[in-house]
Design a protein around this ligand. Structure first.
Ligand SMILES: [Zn+2]
Ligand SMILES: [Zn+2]
Length: 100
């Protein structure tokens, strides 16, 4: 009989992380409070990964989201700049009908 895999804390493991491959016990398995269906209230869903990898994944997602927000702000600022420059150029060209 094969020896049961142990979690890094020494407790018998219930699964293996799909990310780092480590075995995890019930208290070191990642779980997430999420809604399964449209009508059902959020409930704890066990994930096939360890809590460390889940934490890292979450940190990476947060970072990506922050980067996306910064990029969005940059695009918005660039658009506002372009619009202003366009109006300025039209005014400089003596275009009638445009007022700043
Ligand atoms: Zn892991
Ligand atoms: Zn454990």
């Amino acid at each position: 009989m094969a020896e049961a895999a142990l979690c890094w804390c020494g407790v018998i493991a219930v699964g293996r992380c799909t990310d780092c491959g480590r075995a995890f016990c019930t208290s070191h398995q990642a779980a997430e409070n999420q809604a399964i269906g449209w009508h059902s209230p959020p409930s704890w869903v066990l994930l096939p990964m360890c809590i460390d990898c889940r934490a890292r994944q979450r940190a990476q997602a947060d970072q990506a989201q922050r980067a996306a927000v910064v990029a969005q702000q940059a695009v918005r600022a660039a658009r506002a700049d372009a619009a202003r420059l366009f109006v300025e150029a039209m005014l400089a060209a003596g275009s009638p009908g445009i007022s700043s």
